[in-house]
Ligand binder design. Structure first.
Ligand SMILES: [Zn+2]
Length: 747
């Protein structure tokens, strides 16, 4: 079982709807704050002893206990048929109603939002149209939801507090044990050291008064107390005036104290201009001369680090529509209904405003753009392909399937709830889906008389619909080149129609040269630092940064590939087989190679993981042999090259606008490709992606091609031909001056 959040965006909301969404969010958060404050007051005993007991029961109770209890505390008529039982909430509630009256009259007011008194709608019999701009009637379901959610806020805070308390207790025990074990140190800490601190404090106050400032007071137990003392640069000086400090455990006397010689001190003063560095150096020197002092100082540091203070208790942050929003949870039939993911329609219960400025709660129609995984038809298709049972699509957890499932967990899948979220001004609904586990890999079937990988997709007897594929050739510089093509099966063979080609880019994908720059920086830092000693950490933050950038890159790359597949609605995603991957000569370093390999491998893994969910097949077994050296249009050998000597200063324009890229230069790892036979010129990665498509559909004349030192032999119409690539290239490149002449494609 997996729980995942799938998003639906509210599309094209008109001004009324958007305002209503935001108003509802505001009303909800303001009222939630009122409720949390009310519960807090109850728990602290400000609303009477009975209310305190009730609040404690409420905070321990089940998920919807709070709304039932609040019903009893706030409704004028409360039918309680339950028998009296000691220490149960309804006995307490009955007692409270009889003795002290209602906690608050919910039909009068439960809070105010923007000058409007809010109360739940009266019962159906007494319902009347509101036309009072100073009142707002929310639905009773909204009110109940509010009671429960406020209770959840407090419960989560209470959980954190409980954790903190138990950890604090543990810390106190460890601390007292440590203090018992180090009595000599504690004598120093409470005696001499306390005097030093008081000196610091006195000096601070004197200094502030000398400047004519009001000295800041420190309260014991306040936030400032226990922080590392700021005047610690006085510490080395203070030690020199108190040589008795070395006698702290009776192993030395005040006479044994060795101060730093004046000439050494002067040298240090010249070397370190900054006060903090100087103090540190002085203290190091003192420690060097006095081993007793060093032992004491070590203990002091340890005590300060481990035992002086404990982290602050977690704070309860009250909900606020702007600063700390709590996104509103929506329950089906309560705050949303009639959700149709196929059509993208939904009805939401929102707070609207009419022309007279009256606020009212009503159902609003909204259009949503949903994640395809929310659509029943899509899910049915995916589930059929993966051999799972169709889940109950629209409903709560635990409802029965129309088709009985074999296991309980198969029955429990569907939409569990939704949340209203605002992100950069746009409203989103996030649906929580409880989903059955997807098989880790979706495998294509094996067909007996297959001629090419594309035959595996269909049953031999089944109908062969046009098969749409996305081929990706992962690159080193950018994410890679792609080609989207559609294969048609006619008369026992596939024919391919190319739909679109291009370079994969995603928004905010970290550039490879950025990662490389950081990598060089890292190498340089390590070289300067030298060999690390055992257990030493070096450049950890920078290393983490580089790793995270790499991760970010492959995740965004995978996302871009999935997005593209969804956009073109493809059946299969093709990758080259990475097993035989040999990086080009320029990437000689092992680490460099590994990095590229890792990113490729991880990108493919990530795509495979997500492809299953979206119902795409993945084929990463296509042989990369010669894909980047042969033309994807006529399947004859071509050239790979790059444009050298980009001389922007001649054209006096920014580099990106220059038309003259210099001259083409033979480069087996170059980023451009040109076919001399048919004149096709394109980015090399795009050409390779086109070749992957050809291999997938069995159009590639692999057995006819062989290469030796850039001399190709192949058979054309049964006739052997020979083509010396490099020599031909030299002849051609002499006449080419601009990049436009070299390749037509704008990459
Ligand atoms: Zn060609």
């Amino acid at each position: 079982m997996a729980t995942r959040a799938l998003r639906a965006r509210v599309i094209n909301p008109d001004a009324t709807l958007l305002a209503a969404l935001k108003r509802t969010h505001r009303v909800y958060n303001v009222l939630l704050r009122h409720m949390v404050e009310l519960y807090l007051a109850m728990r602290k005993g400000k609303r009477g002893e009975t209310a305190r007991q009730i609040a404690e029961i409420m905070l321990k109770g089940a998920k919807n206990a709070a709304s039932r209890i609040m019903e009893g505390l706030t409704a004028k008529e409360w039918p309680s048929k339950k028998p009296d039982a000691p220490n149960s909430w309804w006995t307490l509630v009955r007692h409270r109603r009889k003795e002290e009256g209602l906690l608050l009259d919910r039909h009068d007011s439960i809070g105010t939002v923007d000058g409007r008194t809010v109360s739940p709608q009266p019962k159906h019999g007494t319902r009347k149209k509101v036309s009072d701009p100073s009142r707002l009637h929310v639905s009773s379901k909204f009110w109940r939801w509010l009671c429960d959610d406020a209770c959840e806020v407090l419960k989560s805070n209470q959980g954190q507090m409980d954790n903190w308390r138990s950890e604090y207790k543990e810390w106190r025990n460890v601390k007292s044990q440590w203090e018992k074990d180090h009595t000599e140190f504690m004598a120093f800490w409470n005696g001499l050291y306390e005097r030093f601190r008081q000196d610091c404090e006195r000096k601070r106050i004197e200094a502030q008064q000398a400047k004519g400032q009001m000295p800041t007071l420190r309260k014991r137990g306040g936030r400032q107390w226990g922080k590392r003392f700021e005047r610690w640069h006085l510490w080395p000086e203070w030690i020199e005036h108190h040589p008795e400090i070395v006698a702290w455990r009776g192993q030395a006397t005040a006479g044994d104290f060795k101060p730093v010689p004046p000439q050494e001190k002067d040298a240090l003063r010249k070397r370190f201009k900054r006060q903090d560095k100087l103090s540190k150096a002085l203290l190091d020197k003192l420690r060097e001369y006095n081993p007793e002092l060093a032992a004491l100082d070590d203990l002091r540091r340890r005590y300060e680090d481990d035992h002086e203070r404990f982290r602050r208790a977690p704070t309860l942050t009250l909900p606020d529509p702007e600063k700390h929003p709590r996104w509103m949870s929506l329950e089906r039939d309560c705050l949303y209904k009639d959700f149709d993911p196929e059509k993208g329609t939904i009805k939401l219960s929102l707070v609207g405003e009419n022309a007279d400025g009256v606020w009212y709660m009503d159902w609003f129609d909204a259009q949503v753009q949903v994640d395809p995984r929310l659509k029943p038809s899509f899910r049915r298709e995916v589930f059929r392909r993966e051999g799972r049972l169709p889940p109950f699509i629209e409903g709560r957890v635990g409802r029965k399937l129309s088709q009985p499932a074999q296991r309980a967990e198969e029955r429990q899948s569907g939409i569990a709830g939704a949340k209203l979220i605002f992100k950069q001004g746009a409203a989103h609904l996030t649906f929580t889906i409880i989903d059955q586990d997807c098989p880790s890999r979706v495998k294509p079937r094996k067909v007996a008389d297959r001629r090419c990988p594309a035959d595996n997709i269909f049953d031999p007897q089944g109908e062969r619909i046009p098969l749409r594929v996305l081929a990706v050739d992962l690159g080193v510089r950018h994410i890679g080149g792609y080609a989207v093509a559609e294969g048609h099966f006619e008369n026992g063979a596939w024919s391919v129609q190319h739909l679109t080609k291009g370079i994969l880019t995603g928004p905010q994908v970290p550039e490879r040269f950025c990662i490389d720059a950081h990598h060089r920086q890292l190498k340089r830092a390590r070289r300067l630092r030298g060999k690390p000693v055992f257990d030493e950490e070096s450049c950890v933050e920078l290393q983490d940064h580089v790793t995270h950038m790499g991760e970010d890159r492959f995740k965004k790359a995978a996302h871009a590939i999935i997005e593209l597949s969804r956009q073109h609605d493809v059946h299969t995603i093709l990758f080259e087989n990475l097993k035989g991957f040999v990086p080009s000569a320029r990437d000689e370093r092992w680490a460099n190679r590994m990095r590229i390999k890792m990113l490729r491998r991880k990108t493919v893994e990530m795509v495979k993981q997500q492809a299953g969910e979206f119902g795409f097949l993945c084929n990463e077994k296509i042989s990369p042999r010669l894909t980047s050296h042969v033309c994807s249009k006529c399947f004859r050998p071509g050239w790979r090259f790059s444009m050298k000597a980009k001389q922007s200063w001649i054209e006096k324009k920014p580099r990106a606008q220059c038309r003259d890229f210099g001259y083409p230069a033979w480069d087996r790892g170059g980023h451009l490709f040109r076919c001399p036979h048919c004149g096709y010129g394109v980015n090399a990665d795009i050409n390779a992606a086109g070749n992957l498509v050809a291999k997938f559909f069995g159009l590639w004349p692999d057995e006819q091609l062989e290469r030796k030192d850039w001399v190709y032999r192949w058979k054309e119409n049964g006739e052997p031909r020979r083509f010396a690539a490099k020599a031909e290239f030299e002849k051609w490149s002499n006449g080419v001056r601009t990049r436009k002449e070299a390749v037509q494609f704008p990459y």
